[in-house]
Design a protein around this ligand. Sequence first.
Ligand SMILES: [Fe+2]
Length: 273
Amino acid sequence: MNTRYLSQPLSDDERSDLLFKGDVAVFTRVPAMKALIRFTDSMLRYYLDGNNPVTAHQDMLPGTFLNRIGAAQRDIHNSDEAKSLFFGVLRQCGTDLDDTFYDHFVLRVVPCHPSFEGAWNSAIGHHRDTWGSNIYCQQNWWAPIYGLEPGRSIALYPDYWRRPLANTSSKWSFKEFLSQRSAAPKNTRCAYPSVPQPTEPVDETNRISMDVSPGDVLCFSSAHLHASRINRTREIRYSIEMRTVNRLDLLEGRRLRMWTIPARSRCMAGLKA
Ligand SMILES: [Fe+2]
């Protein structure tokens, strides 16, 4: 797996070629990210009573933080403005939006202290998104809102690009996840996992903690094995993410060639153009 740091856009075709070979792209200093970071930062400060979002754990009780952050995550998830700003980012990375299906827009929050964990979308363990969606031309977009250090970045596992990893996808159910999530207390994570999970240990030897700065956008295939780093730094991580599917990739059955255990459930039934 090579990481390609790019200062120019890639066409959908070029990007798919790169990702489905097993490489990943980091679009650097994407101008439209500035407005999206500003929008997200001001929303977070509003919900966190003006506290600095990355150190809010020093000023707030865990329950209060989780409630407020859950409300912020919901608001961003439902915000047409946030989505529209992110579409501007995708456009500047070279995506043809007329040929793009997309999933939800997510603000992920990874606290740096165990008592603050449990937000709606928080740290997530090793997985390939394809385990849950079963869409093999799906692509992931990921961007930090504030500065990162390796200990709170997203981790990718290049050794697993062509290496199988046993997992729970044959039993995992998206329907069950939705049902348990809606029954969970407001703004908290339910016990049922949001994606299938590995059933064997993951070799961490060649883990890569991605070096991505605010303003940059990481793009990788949904088949890349990835995970949130367990954050034991001094700051909370905030990142935004979205999954897309290109229409032509879908029609042509374009996809990576790799070994994986087929998933039974589909979770992108709600894809919207
Ligand atoms: Fe993921």
